[in-house]
Ligand binder design. Sequence first.
Ligand SMILES: [Fe+2]
Length: 447
Amino acid sequence: MNATTSSLVDARGVPVSDCQPQSLQDYETALLQFHSYFGDPTETLSQTLEADPEFVLGHIFFASALLMMTERQYLPLIREHVEQAEALSGKANARERLLTLAARQWMEGDWDRASLTWDQVLLDHPLDAMALQLGHLTDFYRGDCFNLRDRVCRVMTSWDKSVPGYSYILGMQAFGFEECNQYDKAELVSNTALEMEARDPWAVHALAHVLEMQGRFDEGKIMYRERENDWAPDNGFAFHNWWHLALYHIEHEDFDSALNLYDEQILPDDSDVSLQMLDASALLWRLHLQAVEVGARWDRIAQLWANKTPLENGYYAFNDLHAVISFVGAGRFDAAREVLAAVETAAQDNAGVTRMMAQDVGIATCRAMIAFGEQRYADVLDQLLPIRTVAHRFGGSHAQRDILTQTLIESALRGDRPELARNLISERKLHKPFTPLSQRFASRLAA
Ligand SMILES: [Fe+2]
């Protein structure tokens, strides 16, 4: 049977080229794992592909899910599966050929082009939940907050609660609203998603962002604890939700609770997952800014980043920044400078959007963090002030990029620039209602 004669469709009615019946069932399992972060879709698909090596959609999904790890180490495996999907293009349908193209574009560094290709898939197949989530995550990694919201909105009229997986689409939409500062809508849609499916860590996360940005930290703590059994146990995204809870504690100057979460939940064991390591690094940096002693934690997280060098250096500037702050925190300035050198090279040599990220944001942020570690506060300001309004270009959320604002405020305070500190604190108070952390900054300014 070839693509033109296949009448297979997935659970949402999206066409799938010929495959074994079990493979299609496994696809649904993997998709649920991808949406919910309960279980590992690549593990599921790797078993499927052993039994059905000509399952085109399986190769595509496997490769694309690995792309979302934003790590260079997976590129050889990704390439293998993209090439297998390409070799099977004769039996693939039009949707699958486009999905294969998107994976190749992402793999080759053209994340912008891949984003457009997924949108092209969604024109004909607005119920393609895999393409939608891949595009959504890519919007996040590219700091494209408008598309984070609007890509989901463009297909929303095709979805309703009768379509399997609808709640997860609402969770994506909620996060898009939040990153566009539409907090009321974000909260409403998160709650709708969670009424339909309580075990959706992405929707919980969207709600957590809303509560943070509105300074509703007490509510956030309660929400997380009340829902803990839904989002935390055995969940691949739990470290990030724990990280948000730790941020609430930091805003309340409860640094011990933040450190306890770090030890017990955010980085309880050694990891080689950049997404997890960067949260750990960012949390330590925020505490470091407040002169909290974090002990040997810097050495440990720095070593975890060192284990990934030099391979990962210069691949994705957002990861590079967090490697640098770990090395600075641990006093390993040579290692920090090696990452910076790789980012400078990436700004010349990388393909596609990752070159822009390194050039526009990566170099300045890495230089700034090294300068902070060397107490060259005027240099921190010189590096960060010109790029802070375009810093979203290297991805992350508003909450994650607040690390740059906090570093700026601290540098202004330590670098004898009270007028700048005053204005930055004023700005932060507008973005987030007054918190003990902001009060702490303001008190030091007054002193
Ligand atoms: Fe987040």
